[in-house]
Structures are given as structure tokens and as C-alpha cells.
Design a protein. Structure first.
Length: 303
């Protein structure tokens, strides 16, 4: 096995010599639960399914559907749960809240079934348990009516460039998929000069790459949303072999809009006080989690 965080190696494996590096049989065994779909396929089969999936994800109707589901979930699920936490002066685990929101929204999108895991009382969710085992200022400027509940439209979200930078900065330092794997077919030499043999696994560490001075500069360990903002006030493009959080993800745009909308609704409508005395630390797993969650107290900002 060879682990690398060298962007040239990543570009070589994922683009230049792509046909020599499938995901491989072990990857398929680990993600067997996801069936024989896009995520678990390689080469011609992958190309065929990816083309279909791309058409689906880029379709206007899918976009409208996602926007509607997103709005419904914010208004009818997230906000009532946070309002209740505020009224009852409860301490909640924000990571748990987000996981439940993600589970319900994903199930509704994929199967039309709502497991209703995000509700008062936070009932135990076997699926989440199984998974576990394995810019406020700018927002106030964008929408200056902070005295009642506001859920942001997509047009408003597009103007929140600083929030976009903060989101990218979070994903740079804490990529949800911290490691990605490919398997070599024919012996090869990587741009770094390292030789790889047939059947050798190449592991990319998105986590390490997000913290390298050669890629991000001497301030690579600092959280600086402004590093993503161009002089003209847009978002800088960093190629995916350097900013590996999404890699070849088909849902990138949809994910960004969804995350921004959740962050905006929370920052605009609530004060979030992180509880003191807790150890916030990453948990090593296929998906990057906080080991002990994140306990916070929520308060409405409007009467
Ligand atoms: C923060 C949110 C997300 C992150 C960080 C993320 C990241 C990733 C990564 C790292 C991959 C593996 C790509 C590769 O094998 O090179 C991937 C694949 C994929 N993602 Fe996402 N993703 C996110 C949200 C979403 C959403 C919301 C959707 C759907 C609307 C989605 C759809 C897909 C699909 C279809 C693939 C398979 C692509 C392929 O194998 O060709 N993702 N994602």
C-alpha cells in the first residue's frame, strides 16, 4: 500500500493514467451495502452509469425537487427542533442534529420514505448507530430583516460568498471523506518517482493534503475563509486534485447549496453557544466525524 498527499500523484492516478487505477475488489467489498451502482463500479460500467447519473443530477426538475425538499426540511424539521431546544433551554449535539437531517432528507430523496429521525426527543436511529460503528455579519447584510424567521432563497445563498469560503475552508481542513483508495493494475511510476506494483493500493489522504504548506501556504493550519475569495469577490477555483474534498463527486453543487442553506438558517435565526469542557476531536473512520459530537445550547435571535 502507498499513501500519498502529493497533488501530482493524485492527478496522475485520477486523470492522466485513470484507466490503470480502478477502485478495486476490496473497495467493492467494503461498500457492498451500496450495491452495484455508480459508487462501486469501474471503467465502462462506471462511465455508463455516471453519464446517466449526471443527466439526472443536472436536470432542472431534480434541481427544483432538491430545492423544495431542502426548504421543507428546514422549515418543518430543523427550525421546530431548534426552536424547541431554545424554548426548553436544552443542550443538543449539533452533529447528531445534522446527521438526522441528512438521513431523513437523503431517504426522502432516494426512496420517498421519511424515517423521521429528526424530531423532538431525538429517538435512537439504528441506521445512524450502525454508520457510527463503521459568516454571521455578511448574512445580516444580505438580508436585513433579522426580526423574524427567515429561510434563504437560492438567489440569496448565491450572494453569501464569505459563507461559501467558510464552507470550503471547513471541508479543506475536515474533508468528510478523509481517505480515498484506488488499486493499481499495471506497474507504474508516480510523478513523485515512487514505483507502484500491480494490485498495490494507493491511498490519497485528503485530510493531509488540506494541511500542506506546499499546497496552501504557511498559513495552511489557519481557518481563513478569505483565502477562497478572489479580488473581484468571487470564489477561487482550486482543481480537485489539490482540493480533494469532493474529488469527482456528482453532487458537489447540490451539497454546497444544501450546506449553505442550513448554515445560513442557523446563523441568521439562532445564537449557538458551544458548551465548555468538551473534547472536540476527530474520529478516525471512513467518514470523518467528531468523536464525541458537539454539544451546544441554542437560542432564538428573534422574539
Ligand atoms: C459535503 C458533501 C459531500 C461531499 C464532501 C462529497 C464527496 C464525495 C467524494 C469524495 C466522492 C468520491 C468521488 C470519487 O470517487 O472520486 C463522492 C462521490 C459521489 N457523490 Fe458526493 N459528496 C457530498 C455530497 C453529495 C450529494 C449531496 C450528492 C447527491 C446529490 C452526491 C453525489 C455523489 C455521487 C453520485 C458520487 C459518485 C460519483 C462517481 O463515483 O463517479 N454527493 N462524493
Amino acid at each position: 500500500m502507498l499513501t500519498t498527499s502529493n497533488p501530482d500523484n493524485v492527478h496522475h492516478v485520477l486523470s492522466t493514467n485513470f484507466s490503470n487505477y480502478p477502485k478495486g475488489p476490496k473497495f467493492r467489498r467494503i461498500f457492498k451495502i451500496l450495491g452495484n451502482g455508480l459508487f462501486n463500479s469501474d471503467f465502462d460500467e462506471w462511465r455508463k452509469i455516471r453519464g446517466l447519473a449526471q443527466g439526472f443530477v443536472n436536470h432542472k426538475q431534480f434541481h427544483r425537487f432538491m430545492a423544495k425538499i431542502n426548504h421543507d426540511f428546514l422549515e418543518n424539521k430543523l427550525v421546530p427542533v431548534l426552536d424547541n431546544a431554545s424554548q426548553q433551554n436544552l443542550v443538543v449535539d449539533l452533529q447528531d442534529v445534522f446527521q438526522r437531517l441528512m438521513l431523513d432528507a437523503t431517504c426522502i430523496t432516494a426512496t420517498s420514505y421519511n424515517p423521521n429521525s429528526l424530531c423532538f426527543g431525538f429517538p435512537e436511529v439504528p441506521f445512524l448507530k450502525a454508520l457510527d460503528d463503521a459568516g454571521r455579519t455578511q448574512i445580516k447584510v444580505a438580508v436585513n430583516k433579522a426580526n423574524k424567521l427567515h429561510i434563504f432563497t437560492e438567489e440569496e445563498l448565491n450572494k453569501l460568498v464569505y459563507l461559501h469560503g467558510a464552507l470550503y475552508e471547513t471541508l479543506r481542513l475536515f474533508p468528510p471523506a478523509p481517505l480515498q483508495v484506488r488499486t493499481c493494475i499495471h506497474p507504474d511510476t508516480l510523478p513523485s518517482g515512487h514505483k507502484v506494483n500491480s494490485k498495490m493500493k494507493i491511498v490519497f489522504s485528503a485530510y493531509a493534503m488540506g494541511r500542506m504548506t506546499s499546497v496552501w501556504g504557511n498559513d495552511c493550519l489557519e481557518f481563513k475563509p478569505q483565502r477562497w475569495i478572489t479580488e473581484k469577490g468571487g470564489i477561487k477555483h482550486v482543481p480537485s486534485h489539490k482540493f480533494l474534498a469532493f474529488s469527482a463527486c456528482l453532487g458537489k453543487e447540490s451539497a454546497i447549496t444544501r450546506i449553505k442553506s442550513v448554515a445560513a438558517v442557523i446563523l441568521h435565526n439562532y445564537h449557538v453557544q458551544v458548551m465548555e469542557g468538551q473534547l472536540v476531536t476527530p474520529k478516525a473512520s471512513i467518514v470523518l466525524h467528531m468523536k464525541n459530537g458537539l454539544r451546544v445550547r441554542i437560542k432564538n435571535t428573534w422574539p
